[in-house]
Design a protein around this ligand. Sequence first.
Ligand code: FE
Length: 186
Amino acid sequence: MSTPLPPAFVQAFEQLLDEQLPEPLIRERGARLLADLVSHDDWLPDEFARPDPERYRQLALHRDPAGRFSVVSFVWGPGQATPIHDHTVWGLIGMLRGAEYSQGYRYTGPKELVPAGPPTLLQPGQVEAVSPAIGDIHRVHNAYDDRVSISIHVYGADIGAVKRSVYDAADGSSKPFVSGYSPLDS
Ligand code: FE
């Protein structure tokens, strides 16, 4: 099927990546494209906006044929949260609907995984970035206990297939993690 994203957004991202810029510039310019996308909440088809009562969903909106980037609809049911995880590639998170908290983590010793500053609250239209270059480990949760929240993520790889890690803050341990993508409702 064709992408549910506005074609102009996909084209703009393809052109940005064609320029082969240093990562900070990709994040900066990509954040502007994503902020523009999430400044309007009138384009996401309903099948990419439905929560699962059991766990948050990661629905693929676009996977670049060359694997240079992917775009995902993150649908949070009330109170749902991720484990502490990393990405290993740059990522941009744009809030479309509702709100979410992101708590960054950092290592202060081999077994000491501690919160890196206060959590960030992301509101509709706002964008934040993750990357090994600027802080890549975080835990995210729906800011609301009584409603769905949705954020649109862009990553510098086919993120569902990336070998990355989840972490346990109790002892600083990590485990291999491949997120995949959630199936669409049939
Ligand atoms: Fe994340």
